[in-house]
Write a protein that binds this ligand. Structure first.
Ligand code: HEC
Length: 133
């Protein structure tokens, strides 16, 4: 009886561990699709057309804030291997997003574009090292 209880406990822990690992991969993908891709598209679109009114500027600022949060969430999900480079890439994304937000708050399209370049580089920086091909 004792043995089977231990066994059940062990397999439950094992299962929880597996679900956790899968959950992280799913979370990164979901983060990309639900937040990172749509919100960064809004920021990158400033290259085609500068925001024309307060509402559009504040939308950029809101996207920047969501990207900053997403970068923090990414940082917390560093894979076991190469975690250091993952955290650096997440930090670069957070820094760039904060700069986008500052540019949007001062309604400076050039500043948003410069920060947008940094943001793009941060995406590429992580994908170069962590995207399975
Ligand atoms: C810290 C690492 C990291 C950063 C930063 C990052 N990504 Fe990703 N991204 C990933 C990983 C890992 C995947 C693969 C997820 C999967 O499918 O398992 C991915 C997948 C994607 C995909 C493919 C999604 C699909 O349909 O399969 C796109 C597009 C994408 N990212 C866009 C971006 C953009 C835009 C940024 C920057 C604003 C960014 N990512 C920043 C790690 C990152």
């Amino acid at each position: 009886m004792k043995i089977s209880c231990k066994y059940i406990l062990f397999s439950t822990l094992l299962l929880a561990g597996l679900t956790q690992a899968q959950g992280d991969a799913t979370t990164v993908r979901n983060l990309m699709k639900s937040v990172v891709i749509p919100q960064s598209d809004i920021v990158f679109a400033v290259g085609k057309k500068a925001p024309a009114n307060d509402r559009e500027w504040s939308q950029i600022a809101q996207s920047a804030a969501k990207l900053t949060e997403a970068a923090k969430a990414l940082s917390a999900r560093a894979p076991a291997s190469n975690a250091e480079s993952w955290r650096k890439a997440s930090q670069a994304m957070a820094d760039a997003a904060v700069r986008v937000g500052a540019g949007a708050k001062s309604k400076n399209a050039d500043a948003v574009l410069d920060a947008g370049d940094l943001l793009y580089e941060s995406c590429e920086g992580c994908h170069r090292q962590h995207l399975r091909k």
